[in-house]
Design a protein around this ligand. Structure first.
Ligand SMILES: [Zn+2]
Length: 323
C-alpha cells in the first residue's frame, strides 16, 4: 500500500511567441487505495476565479485529512491566458473554451487546449467531474445539468442523482433544438457523452473571490466526497448562504429581454422566489419615463441579475430557475 500524497504536474498546450510554454497545471491527491476518482476543474472562463480558491481549499483540507480511498485530481485553472487579462474567452482567438470541446490536437488554440483537457480527464477513468464556474456578481450558488440526448445515458443518471443529493438548487438546461448542439461543445457535455458523470457548479460571483461562496463550494464538494466514502468527517454547513430548496429540480431561463435600450431598475433580489406575472425589472428612458416592464414568465427562484443596468435588446436581464 502506498502512502497518500499530493503531486503537481504540468501539461504543455502551446508555445508562445516569446517561446514560453503555456501549460495546464494539474494537482493530484492519491490515497494509494482503490476507489472513486473525482475531478475538479476551474476557471474555464478566465473571469470566473472563485473555483480556483475552492480547489486550493479542497487540497489543503486533503493535506490535513487524507482520502481514505480513491483519488482527487484538479485542473485549478483551465484558461490561464484569459485569467491573466481578466476576461471570459481566450484573448488571442476570442474563443469560448467551454464551446471548444471535444477539441482537436491540430485545431485552434481553444480546440488544442480542449483536446488536452478532455483526454487527460478521460484517461484517468473518472467516477465524477465537477466543473466550477461563477456567474453574475450577486448570483446565488446552483448546480447546472445539461439536457437532450445524453439524458438516456447512465453517466447522466449518476450526475442527476448527485445533483439531487447536494444542498443546491439543481437547474437543468431547457430542452430545445439547441440542447444537443450545446452538449456537443461543452466540457461537461463531452464528459457525459463519454460516459463520465459531470456536473457544473455555479458558485456565485465572477471577477473576485467571494469567500462565502468559496466556503459553500468547499462544503458541497466535501459532502460529495463523504457520500462516496472518500472522507469521513462531520462537516458543519456554512450558515450564511441560504437557498430555497422547496423545489429541487428547476429549468434554466434568462428570458424575457427588453426590446429597447435604457436604464434598468431591478425589482428583485437573487435567492427570492417569485410568481408568474410579477414585474421583475423596469426600463426608463433618459427623461425618466418608464418605457417597459418585464414580467416573470413562470414561477421561479431568482438565480441572479445582470451586473449592468444598461438595458439592451436581446441581452439577458436576469436568470431564473423555473419551477
Ligand atoms: Zn462559466
Amino acid at each position: 500500500m502506498t502512502k497518500p500524497r499530493i503531486r503537481h504536474k504540468r501539461i504543455s498546450i502551446l508555445t508562445g511567441s516569446d517561446l514560453s510554454v503555456r501549460r495546464l497545471a494539474l494537482i493530484e491527491h492519491d490515497s494509494g487505495k482503490e476507489g472513486p476518482i473525482v475531478w475538479l476543474t476551474a476557471c474555464i472562463h478566465g473571469d470566473e476565479v472563485g473555483g480556483i480558491a475552492v480547489v486550493h481549499e479542497i487540497f489543503s483540507f486533503l493535506k490535513k485529512y487524507p482520502l481514505l480511498k480513491g483519488k482527487v485530481l484538479a485542473f485549478p485553472i483551465l484558461n490561464a491566458m484569459a485569467f491573466e487579462v481578466g476576461i471570459r474567452d481566450i484573448p488571442i482567438t476570442n474563443e469560448d473554451l467551454n464551446r471548444s470541446f471535444p477539441g482537436s490536437a491540430k485545431g485552434t488554440v481553444g480546440e488544442r487546449a480542449a483536446y488536452k483537457i478532455l483526454n487527460t480527464i478521460l484517461e484517468s477513468r473518472p467516477s465524477l467531474v465537477l466543473d466550477l464556474h461563477n456567474d453574475w456578481l450577486r448570483s446565488i450558488p446552483y448546480a447546472l445539468l445539461d439536457s437532450g440526448k445524453i439524458e438516456s445515458k447512465d453517466s447522466y443518471k449518476i450526475a442527476l442523482k448527485t445533483g439531487k443529493e447536494i444542498k443546491l438548487p439543481l437547474v437543468k438546461e431547457p430542452f430545445s433544438a439547441k440542447s444537443d448542439e450545446l452538449v456537443n461543445k461543452t466540457l461537461a457535455g463531452n464528459l457525459l457523452l463519454n460516459d463520465v458523470p459531470a456536473l457544473t457548479l455555479e458558485l456565485g460571483t465572477s471577477q473576485i473571490v467571494d469567500e462565502k461562496q468559496v466556503s459553500f463550494g468547499v462544503y458541497i464538494i466535501l459532502e460529495i466526497l463523504k457520500s462516496l466514502q472518500m472522507i469521513e468527517i462531520n462537516l458543519r454547513p456554512p450558515d450564511d448562504i441560504k437557498t430555497d430548496l422547496s423545489e429541487k429540480i428547476y429549468t434554466y431561463s434568462d428570458k424575457p429581454y427588453f426590446s429597447q435600450t435604457g436604464l434598468i431598475r431591478f425589482l428583485i433580489k437573487p435567492g427570492q422566489v417569485i410568481s408568474q406575472g410579477k414585474p421583475f425589472a423596469r426600463l426608463y428612458n433618459i427623461f425618466g419615463r418608464l418605457t417597459e416592464t418585464l414580467l416573470v414568465e413562470r414561477d421561479s427562484l431568482i438565480l441572479g441579475h445582470n451586473d449592468s443596468s444598461v438595458g439592451i435588446p436581446g441581452n439577458p436581464v436576469a436568470a431564473f430557475a423555473q419551477v
